[in-house]
Design a protein around this ligand. Structure first.
Ligand code: HEM
Length: 226
């Protein structure tokens, strides 16, 4: 009799579980699968430099707006979006409010990369949402630094980064429960990994924000001069 092959030799190389095996770790899988990209995106955003001025902070918000806009449009148009729980907070309106609070009349113009992920399944949708929802955790860190450096609060330009501040872990825990419950098979997990990586790549494709004065914030210096 031929001995059974060890499970590891048949396990998918992307870390997905074989079909039918209970999964409680899709979120952990996605975290591991995107860790390198998260570090790359953090490295692109030189917070020390950007948070030295309101213009730099506005450029950071503009970067998030430009990166997020096509991703949120993709989510809204997704065939499974109707099944998402109500009350999902969209980031783009908050970013626009924050830019307005800083006195930036319009989102900084700039090239916006298209988000063309071909991912019709619910697992793809949840993979993309993992990145969008998870970024609120890092947002708290960014908001803390922005407050220290520039004094911005939820009312004066940090409502996007503080969007879950009232209940920092609640929405994230609920989202991870949904992710773990709905994304279970190896095929679903591979789809979620692809989608999460694609969402991070969207942020990596977007030109990095510059700390210089790419936008005008109010009150402009010497505004009252003739
Ligand atoms: C300088 C910018 C950023 C900083 C400093 C930062 C920082 C962090 C920190 C500290 C956490 C972990 C929080 C915790 O475990 O309690 C986190 C989680 C996360 N961040 Fe970021 N982040 C940044 C940018 C981003 C961006 C642009 C995205 C999305 C494209 C993103 C996506 C995520 C995700 C998905 C998680 C959840 C990871 C997990 O636990 O599964 N982050 N971030």
């Amino acid at each position: 009799m031929t001995p059974k092959e060890p499970a590891s030799s048949t396990a998918p190389s992307d870390g997905a579980l074989p079909d039918g095996v209970p999964s409680d770790g899709t979120a952990a899988l996605l975290r591991a699968a995107t860790d390198e990209r998260h570090r790359a995106v953090e490295a692109r955003l030189d917070l020390g430099e950007l948070l030295r001025s309101r213009a730099g902070y506005a450029a950071l918000l503009g970067y998030f707006a430009a990166s997020l806009a096509p991703v949120e449009a993709w989510i809204d148009a997704h065939p499974h979006a109707a099944a998402l729980p109500d009350g999902r907070r969209r980031g783009l309106p908050l970013l626009r409010e924050d830019l307005r609070a800083l006195g930036v009349a319009a989102e900084p113009a700039g090239p916006v990369a298209a988000f063309n992920l071909a991912g019709p399944s619910e697992a793809h949708l949840l993979g993309v949402l993992y990145v969008v929802e998870g970024s609120a955790l890092g947002g708290l860190t960014i908001a803390k630094q922005a407050r220290r450096a520039l004094g911005v609060t939820a009312e004066t330009g940090a409502s996007f980064f503080l969007r879950n501040a009232g209940d920092p872990l609640g929405p994230w825990t609920r989202f991870k429960q949904r992710l773990d419950a709905r994304v279970r098979s190896s095929e679903q997990r591979a789809a979620a990994v692809d989608a999460a990586r694609a969402a991070f790549d969207q942020f990596l494709r977007q030109p990095a924000p510059a700390a210089g004065p790419p936008v005008t914030t109010s009150p402009p210096p010497h505004a009252s001069r003739p």
